[in-house]
Design a protein around this ligand. Sequence first.
Ligand code: C5P
Length: 243
Amino acid sequence: MLSNFDALDPRDRVIVAIDCGREEALELARKLQGKARWLKVGMTLYYAEGPSIVKAFKDLGFKVFLDLKFYDIPHQVEGAAYASALTGADMLTMHASGSIAMMQAGQRGAQRAADELGAPVPATLGITVLTSMDDAALAEIGVGRSCAEQVPLLAANAKAAGISGVVCSPQEASMMRELLGPAGYVVTPGVRPAGADKGDQSRVATPAQAFAAGSSHIVVGRPITQAPDPAAAFQAIIAELEQ
Ligand code: C5P
C-alpha cells in the first residue's frame, strides 16, 4: 500500500538515533547540520541531559524524535506529553499496552502544548511489543497470546486512540501500513545499509526495503554515528534511496 509519506524528500524520512553523551551528541549534530533533518533522543541521553538537549538540537535546526516511551496513569502521561511537546519535540512515543485511555491522554497533552506554542502537534507513536520481548516474555507477564497476535491488537488500539502511528520492526511494517492506512506513521529501527555491520540488531532490513514495506520513517543509529564521516554515511543512504 502506498503511503502519504512516499512523496517526501528522503531526508525527511531518515531519523538519526543519537545514543551517546552530551558532548559527543552535540558534535555529531554539528557534523550532520544542514544534511540530516531528524535526530532521535532516547532515554539515556534525555535522562542525563533533560529538555536542554532537545532545545539544543532544535536550535541547530533539527526536528527531534523524543523516544521516552511513556507508560503511566493517563493523567501522568498527559503531563509528560505536554511537557515533552513544550520542549519543541516533533515526535513522541508511548506504550500502546498502557491502554487506549492512556494514549488518548498523551494525545491531549501533546495537542495542548501545540496549541499554546501555536506549533503543529507532534506525531504520537505507540510502542506495541518491545522487540526485545518474545512469546515467552509475554507469557511471563501474563499475556497468553503470541507476539504475532499481540502486535496487531495493540496497533489497532493505537489507531482507535487516534494517535499518529506506531514504532515497529521492518518485518512488521507492511502489516502496520495495511492496518493504519496511508496516513499512519510507521517508524522502523533495525535498519542497516547493505553491507553495514548489524551490531546487536538481529532482524534487519536495508533503508530501501524498509520503505518498500511501508515505513513512513526509518531510524538509523550506529551505521551513521559510528562512521568515520557521519555526514557522508548519511548522504550515502540518501543517495541509495534517491536511485
Ligand atoms: O544504532 P542502531 O541503528 O541500532 O539504533 C537504533 C535505534 O532505534 C536505537 O536508538 C534503539 O534504541 C532504537 N530501537 C531499536 N529497536 C526497537 C526500538 C527502538 O533499535 N525495537
